[in-house]
Design a protein around this ligand. Structure first.
Ligand code: NAP
Ligand code: GLV
Length: 307
């Protein structure tokens, strides 16, 4: 099987004893050949050409919960299974989302920059005033595993929770007091809007000039899902105009490139796609991907299929 070389240190050698492994670095093209399984990083596109070049492929075991780097239609046409790593990264990603919420609301990066620059002249009652969380509204665009974990963390901060999802979440509503609304209400009422929908044809560009204009002046946008759910130029403009108060982003449309206007925009906290980046979580993700391969090659159903 083909495995992303960057996963090597996260796997125990015992997990691979049954396999003939070829390691592929992120900078390598996906090779042509007789491999039956591939464990790619989320940055590797696996589509029609790759399926054609890997005629014996049986499974793409993506090492991520998001799988927008895999052409599902092409996979299904070729009878190739696709799996992901749901659940094991939920808490780590929700924690990181909260790091962005707090960093944007309380202007952490501006504070750090001020101290490091040597321009800080001492305590001032009006210096770097941020957004008080208690009593504000947190909007969750997507209330799946990660969206709900972010919502659960909002309770001790005293936030009201609104959410959008395709299906209602009665247990989440009961536990947190969250209310399911339509997207118009979500955009209009959120002080902090946190994006947790996957990248799909329906969600691409959901946050655009028109939807940003419907948000409260000074609201905060957080995105730890996928970059292409947000139109980056429109977001940069909203920040430049002061219409949006701040943005905390972990993901971008064309990673690792960041839209230059967004890079230059004020009041941003920009992270390098580290939502699931804890030692424990990354090990669990790699282990789950390999376990999916093991199951399928052993004649069993995949553990976590995406369709
Ligand atoms: P999930 O459990 O599948 O949740 C997705 C949520 O989005 C669900 O609530 C779903 O609604 C909702 N949704 C999907 N399509 C929608 C649409 N068209 N309109 C409205 N709601 C829609 O996924 P998850 O495990 O929470 O992960 C979410 C995403 O986070 C992943 O797809 C991935 O891209 C991203 N992620 C990023 C990082 C990072 O490092 N930054 C780490 C992990 C994950 P239903 O509940 O009704 O189905
Ligand atoms: C990370 O972005 C993931 O989808 O797991």
């Amino acid at each position: 099987m083909l495995i992303a070389a960057e996963l090597k240190n996260l796997l125990e050698p015992t997990q691979l004893v049954d396999f003939d492994v070829t390691w592929i670095a992120a900078s390598d093209q996906t090779p042509k050949g007789e491999w039956v399984a591939i464990v790619p990083l989320l940055s590797r596109w696996v589509g029609g050409t790759e399926f054609k070049n890997l005629p014996r492929l049986r499974i793409v075991a993506n090492c991520a919960v998001g799988y927008n780097n895999v052409d599902l239609v092409a996979a299904e046409m070729r009878n190739v299974l696709v799996t992901n790593t749901p659940g094991v990264l939920t808490e780590a990603t929700a924690d990181l989302t909260w790091a962005l919420i707090l960093a944007t609301a309380r202007r952490l990066v501006e504070g750090v920059d001020l101290v490091r620059s040597g321009r800080w002249t001492g305590w001032h009652p009006e210096q770097l005033l941020g957004l008080e969380l208690r009593g504000r509204t947190l909007g969750l665009l997507g209330a799946g595993r990660i969206g709900r974990a972010v919502g659960r963390r909002a309770l001790p901060f005293g936030l009201r929770i609104l959410y959008v999802a395709r299906t209602p979440k009665p247990e989440f509503e009961r536990d947190t007091g969250a209310r399911r609304v339509d997207t118009s209400q979500l955009f209009a009422e959120s002080d902090i809007l946190s994006v947790h929908v996957p990248s799909t044809p329906e969600t691409k560009g959901m946050i655009n000039g028109e939807t940003l204009a419907r948000m409260k002046r000074g609201a905060i946008l957080i995105n730890t899902s996928r970059g292409d759910v947000v139109r980056e130029e429109a977001l940069a403009m909203a920040l430049e105009l002061g219409q949006l108060g701040a943005a905390g982003l972990d993901v971008y449309t064309d990673e690792p490139r960041i839209h230059p206007r967004l890079l230059a925009a004020p009041r941003t906290v920009l992270l390098p796609h580290i939502g699931s980046a804890t030692e424990e979580t990354r090990r669990k993700m790699a282990t789950m991907a390999i376990a999916n391969v093991q199951s399928v090659l052993g004649g069993q159903p995949p553990l976590t299929p995406v369709y």
